[in-house]
Design a protein around this ligand. Structure first.
Ligand code: SIN
Length: 355
């Protein structure tokens, strides 16, 4: 009798162990790799509605403030930095890409969610989309209101980002931005509003999907996502070459192209008018610096549409079209290209594969 009882107890214990591991195995492991931003911001008393300090709360605070996260995933946190994203640096970008690659290579998580300031979120997302070598989900999110505000949007955005990252549907979709109930691809998304909660859009392609009532739903896949061979290996890269953005305007005489060259720019992105058009004097100046080896990319100051080859004089000068990449994304890609080569034809081929 005593033996039977002991046997039963052993069966029960083994059963519980299996149930425990089975459910743990199903629960996706999501690493929250925090970088700061308004989502980690705190209001400054008496500083008015828009007065607050970004990058104050820790990753532990962020996770503790959203207990529902535990129902979705096995969430762990790590603080990479805690900054206002206007102060993003190359050093942090390189460290962030290396850390995400390391987490996936060590199989330390099934997905990474990155709380980030909204101001440069699109650039960081695109940088990671070109440098993270994994099909596992990487999702950036943020907030337009600090965590202490009555209408704080960061809690729901973090929850949605974890929901998307933990849904099997996000696997193989590249780096995503989840904000205000929408899922965007890193390549297409941009910040379109200075204040609204609906601050992000993908003007040329539309978003990839939505999160409604807590349920992520993709309506399309990012078919232009760079193939793994187009991704950049940052192994021995410790600095990114200088690339400046010049903003086109009436009467541009091109003086800033020479100033940028003098400052050490190895590449220039010209945010031109419409389909990347460049005023004649500025085009002459850019052709001169291109002749001395500076790579010039034509992008557009218009918020939607693609920049195509349409201007013979720009083509003759060897300028590269940015395609669907806005100026800040074209700058990210050009800097990464310049870590590998200064050959304009090779860089043009990489742009053709990514834009
Ligand atoms: C920031 O980009 O860090 C501040 C602004 C924001 O997160 O909305």
């Amino acid at each position: 009798m005593k033996e039977l009882f002991l046997l039963g107890a052993v069966f029960l214990a083994v059963g519980f162990f299996h149930i425990g591991t089975a459910s743990a195995a199903k629960c996706p492991r999501v690493m929250v790799l925090a970088t700061g931003g308004t989502i980690a911001g705190r209001e400054i008393p008496a500083a008015g509605r828009t007065g607050y300090k970004a990058g104050v709360l820790s990753v532990q605070d962020l996770i503790a403030d959203v207990p529902e996260l535990r129902e979705i995933a096995d969430v762990t946190g790590e603080q990479l930095c805690n900054i206002d994203s206007k102060d993003m640096t190359d050093e942090i970008w390189l460290r962030l890409a290396a850390r995400v690659n390391e987490i996936f290579a060590a199989d330390a998580a099934d997905a990474v969610v990155i709380p980030h300031g909204t101001d440069t979120m699109e650039e960081t997302a695109y940088f990671l989309s070109l440098t993270v070598k994994s099909d596992k989900p990487v999702v950036l999110t943020g907030a337009m209101r600090p965590a202490t505000a009555a209408d704080a949007d960061g809690f729901e955005n973090l929850l949605d980002a974890v929901r998307v990252s933990a849904s099997g549907d996000a696997v193989g979709k590249g780096v995503l931005v989840v904000m205000n109930g929408e899922i965007h691809e890193a390549r297409d998304v941009t910040k379109i509003h200075t204040q609204n909660l609906a601050a992000f859009a993908s003007p040329t392609t539309g978003c990839l999907g939505t999160v409604k009532n807590g349920i992520p739903a993709f309506s399309r896949a990012p078919l232009r996502r760079p193939k793994s061979e187009a991704l950049f290996d940052l192994g021995d890269v410790s600095a990114l070459p200088r690339v400046d953005i010049l903003y086109g305007h009436e009467g541009d005489d091109g003086a800033l192209a020479f100033a940028a060259e003098k400052a050490g720019a190895k590449g220039l992105v010209y945010a031109g008018m419409g389909n990347g058009s460049i005023p004649a004097e500025a085009e002459k100046a850019l052709a001169q610096v291109a002749g001395r080896g500076v790579i010039v990319v034509r992008a557009s100051r218009s918020s939607g549409g693609e920049v195509t080859s349409s201007v013979p004089s720009s083509d003759e000068a060897g300028f590269i079209e940015s395609g669907a990449l806005n100026p800040q994304k074209a700058r990210v890609l050009l800097r990464l290209c310049l870590t590998k080569t200064t050959d304009a034809a090779e860089i043009a081929r990489t742009f053709a594969a990514c834009r």
